[in-house]
Structures are given as structure tokens and as C-alpha cells.
Design a binder for this molecule. Structure first.
Ligand code: MD3
Ligand code: FE
Length: 219
């Protein structure tokens, strides 16, 4: 119904929102309004800091390609997982956080009930058909009271949303181009991952899925 959008406020729940559990909500298509500025900003970041396959502390090369924007970037090597101000491949700062990224992340967090979310890190993951992300927790951030906002672009994926223990059976949540998920509160430390992507192609992004995760990593 058109009138619901005409009278929508700047933040707060909308009828299309899908709560996953306490603190986690899917905002279907929330990023579509910003699609072209988002993709332009992404091109600028990837030109300065190309996707790379990081090595885990255990010595395995990750199948997800990664890069970052913002003052802090997530990195992994034989020494461990951490956030760093410097891109280890270039020796320079990570590309700055685009305004359109900040605006989208802040608006999504506000709609989910988390006010004043100002991310200092955007981890950008690239998946190809066959790429997966095994179940893990995100624990390298300073303050677990801050939510994480994720934006899915390109070919669809099935997200695995587990519990507080790796052995808890995960729920399967399909995520498509433009979907945004906000993870905070009790959901913040849940195990999660992504099933291997099926062969597919997207009109704009080709055979790839790009996921932006916005975090407040530092103090
Ligand atoms: C739930 N990325 O980068 S985004 C990651 O699709 C990561 O690329 C996945 O997990 C991806 O760490 C999932 C959704 C996400 C991100 C962080 C979470 C879900 C989360 C932290 C806690 C609970
Ligand atoms: Fe994660």
C-alpha cells in the first residue's frame, strides 16, 4: 500500500521487516534505493584495495575474497584475526568509508531500533559460486553492544544463523540483492555462516555476491 510509505517516519519498524530473533531483523530490499551510488562507491574501494584471499591462523586460504573500507579493516594471517588501520597488501590506510555506506548503515540500524550507529569498519566479502563461509562468531570488535549491519548484493545466498554454541542447529535464511540484516543485542554473538553459493549470475555483479558488513570495531 502506497500510503504506508508516504507516512513512513525516518526510523522505526516497517511492516516488511522480518524479525529473526531477539535483536536481529531482515530488512528486505532496504539497500535497493541506494543501489547505483553503493556500486559506484564499491568500485572506488576495490580499485584502491583489491579483493584478496586471507590466510587463517591455521594456515588455510579463505575462499571468500575480502577487502575493507573505513579507519579499521579486518585482517587475518598466521598471527591471528584482528582489526588494523593499514592494508597489509599496500602498506597504506584502507579506503575511506563512503558517505552512502554511512548513511545506509545508520538508517538500517535506526529502523531496527539501534540509534546512533556510526561504523568505523566495513568488511567487504566477495563470494563466487562454490564459495562458503564456515560457522563462526564475530568477536574481534571492542564493544558487543554495537550491532553489525550486513548488506547483500549480487547473486543470492543462504545464510546460516546458529545459536550460542557451534553445535546448535542453524536456521537457513535466504538473502537476495538489496537485503539488509541488522544483528544486535542477544543475536550479536551467535554462530553464523554462509552455505556454498549455487552457480548463478546477477545482471550487474555477474557471478558474484558482495556482502558489506558494517561494524563499530574500535572504542
Ligand atoms: C550474525 N559475513 O563477515 S553477514 C562476516 O554474508 C560474515 O558475508 C557473512 O559473517 C556474509 O563475519 C554474513 C551477516 C552477519 C555478520 C555478522 C554477524 C551476521 C552476524 C554477527 C553476529 C551474528
Ligand atoms: Fe561473521
Amino acid at each position: 500500500m502506497i500510503t504506508t510509505d508516504l507516512f513512513a517516519t525516518a526510523s522505526g519498524p516497517e511492516s516488511g521487516d522480518e524479525p529473526l530473533c531477539e535483536g536481529a531483523v531482515v530488512l528486505r530490499g532496504f539497500a535497493l534505493v541506494d543501489e547505483s551510488p553503493l556500486l559506484q562507491a564499491l568500485d572506488r574501494i576495490v580499485a584502491q584495495a583489491p579483493f584478496r584471499h586471507l590466510v587463517t591462523p591455521g594456515g588455510f586460504r579463505m575462499s571468500v575474497g575480502m577487502t575493507n573500507a573505513g579507519t579499521l579493516g579486518w585482517v587475518s594471517d598466521r598471527r591471528g584475526y584482528r582489526y588494523d588501520r593499514v592494508d597489509p597488501d599496500s602498506g597504506r590506510s584502507w579506503p575511506s568509508m563512503p558517505e552512502v555506506f554511512l548513511g545506509l548503515a545508520g538508517a538500517a540500524a535506526a529502523q531496527a531500533g539501534f540509534g546512533a550507529f556510526v561504523p568505523d569498519a566495513c568488511l567487504i566479502n566477495r563470494y563466487r559460486p562454490g564459495t562458503r563461509l564456515t560457522l563462526h562468531q564475530d568477536r574481534n570488535e571492542h564493544d558487543f553492544a554495537q550491532p553489525i549491519v550486513s548488506v547483500s548484493l549480487g547473486i543470492p545466498a543462504v545464510f546460516l544463523f546458529g545459536g550460542m554454541q557451534r553445535s546448535d542447529r542453524p536456521r537457513r535464511v535466504p538473502l537476495a540483492h538489496g537485503d539488509v540484516v541488522v544483528w544486535g543485542g542477544a543475536s550479536r554473538l551467535r554462530y553464523h555462516g554462509v552455505l556454498p553459493l549455487k552457480p548463478n549470475r546477477h545482471d550487474v555483479l555477474g557471478e558474484s555476491r558482495i556482502n558489506l558488513t558494517f561494524r563499530r570495531a574500535g572504542p
